[in-house]
Design a protein around this ligand. Sequence first.
Ligand SMILES: [Zn+2]
Length: 284
Amino acid sequence: MPDSIFADKEVRFSRADGRTLTLPWPDPFYPDIAAVLSKVKPLAYTYLPPMTPRPFADHADFFGLEWGLGGEDCLFFSLDRKVLKRALALHDDASTDSEAALQALLGYPACCVDFHSRHADPLARRDLIGRIFEGTKPSFLMNTVLNTTGRSERLEVFRGNIKKLHVLPWHPCSADCGPSKTAAARIWRTMRTLHPGLAARMKDALAKPVLYYNDRECAFLDGNPYSRILYDDMILEESAKRLLRDGDALALGKDEIVVSAGGRRLGTIACRDPLLIYFQTAVD
Ligand SMILES: [Zn+2]
């Protein structure tokens, strides 16, 4: 069942020496762990919400990662203890130079950092996904639509109320960003090694047409033209879900999506500049 990737509540990893680790699923750490293990990122960090268990010690031990807390809830991890120590020192020093040095350790491509610095205002980011993907047919490796960090409440993400699933742990500057494509291919090789079965299901889940209509709402569809809506526990207005469940064709307007079934118009979803992005199975 293609949408079962969100039905599972945990995923079990096994190592060659017989050790196993069971992670809650979807795991918000996983793309960054794979990025660090594949040496795409020397360092990664995540915020931990207060009042929740901190399971990262198990992750670190199993995957061979060094980790430490910056402040109360910023968790850094790396394969290299020296990089980690430097990151924690830079985090404690709030100067602009330290911020830039810390940023450099995170391994983001310069083109993507530049792109995001020009679109840093959260209010101006409403159409970030549109700026990146409009008019393209990217590989599923570039499907960062569900990487909602920065757009969603952290606690909701950690509770699993907001689904996160992606390979590349940053939004690229364009669907054709060379450094991001190279990085995504390396992370993907690591994910396939860490858990081949999970990787196959992630590919199946991410290589879909995505109807994106704002920074909090989207729908993954099956088939082209679409036959059904996937993962319908995502954040969508109930009326929109109902329409998409009943429909089999979409027409995108400037301020609305028209949903029809069997050639008959069923209704509309109001939204500004909707997008339909066709993520492909190809790895390029
Ligand atoms: Zn880029």
